[in-house]
Design a binder for this molecule. Structure first.
Ligand SMILES: NC(=O)c1ccc[n+]([C@@H]2O[C@H](COP(=O)([O-])OP(=O)(O)OC[C@H]3O[C@@H](n4cnc5c(N)ncnc54)[C@H](O)[C@@H]3O)[C@@H](O)[C@H]2O)c1
Length: 256
């Protein structure tokens, strides 16, 4: 019997990278997974993968910057399932890098990374309160939410906000709902090279590898499946006494 048997999990940014890996893993552990993403085709394809493996999923088109759409999505989940057990606010963007950004770029980054995460949690809380288990909220921040980032102050600011959001909600929602945040280091997903394209699109792989060799103690990039394992653990009953934790999954980057 899977660890998440009969649980309902909602994952934003579930069509790609860490969200996709987590959706597949949670479904393989028995959860019904709602894969919500701006990329509806990608979300449907993840749900097809889940179903081909014998699991259950539902794809939803969602732009997390649209607060009414987030609420509408959660209403639809409530109508269909009557509750949520796990809400994973994972959608994110590297956004504009560098020190100077336009107001439009600022609003988009903060809109997806922080405001989107905030309202995803807010819309999910009433459904999580109806869980038969202890409901669990997970966020994806970044190591850039724990320490400053030379690549993008804006990204770092938005992800730092997510860490404090998670800790504050953990205090306010205990004991009914546990809230934790994962802080990934460099993870091999379509997003990773985008952080390194500020100066140029040339030699991104080589520049990334040189940085990883120098700054990541485990001397490699992480895999989305390694984030999925952390998400599964934090959302499962194995983490029943863990709330308010910002967990780096980063090959040791912030240990220095
Ligand atoms: N890849 C890394 O190295 C890294 C490191 C630290 C943190 N992160 C964070 O991890 C999370 C997952 O990123 P990933 O690396 O898997 O990237 P990814 O690009 O593979 O996946 C991101 C997903 O978010 C979706 N998305 C983007 N904007 C959205 C919106 N407005 N509404 C709904 N969905 C939206 C995309 O369509 C995509 O499916 C993000 O929050 C990211 O900031 C990534």
């Amino acid at each position: 019997m899977g660890e998440l048997q009969e649980r309902i999990a909602f994952i934003t940014g579930g069509a790609s990278g860490m969200g996709r890996a987590t959706a597949l893993l949670m479904a393989s552990e028995g959860a019904t997974v709602i894969v919500a993403d701006l990329d509806e085709t990608g979300a449907k394809s993840v749900v097809s993968e889940i179903e081909e493996a014998g699991g259950h999923g539902l794809a939803m088109a969602l732009d997390v910057t649209d607060t009414s759409a987030v609420e509408e999505c959660c209403r639809a989940v409530d109508d269909k399932f009557g509750r949520l057990d796990i809400a994973f606010a994972n959608a994110g963007t590297p956004g504009a890098t560098g020190n100077e950004v336009t107001r439009e770029q600022y609003d988009l980054s903060v809109g997806i990374n922080l405001t989107g995460a905030y309202y995803t949690a807010q819309a999910a809380i009433p459904l999580l309160r109806k869980s038969q288990h202890t409901g669990s909220i997970l966020f994806t921040s970044s190591t850039a939410g724990l320490v400053g980032s030379h690549l993008s102050p804006l990204y770092s600011a938005s992800k730092g906000g997510v860490v404090m959001l998670a800790k504050s909600l953990a205090l306010n929602l205990a004991p009914e709902i546990r809230v934790n945040v994962i802080c990934p280091g460099p993870i091999d997903t379509p997003m990773l090279p985008k952080f390194w394209s500020r100066e140029s699109n040339d030699d991104i792989d080589q520049r990334l590898d040189a940085w990883v060799e120098k700054d990541i103690p485990l001397r490699r990039r992480g895999k989305p499946e390694e984030i999925a394992q952390a998400a599964l653990f934090l959302a499962s009953d194995r983490a029943s006494f863990i709330t308010g934790v910002a967990l780096p999954v980063d090959g040791g980057f912030v240990a220095k």
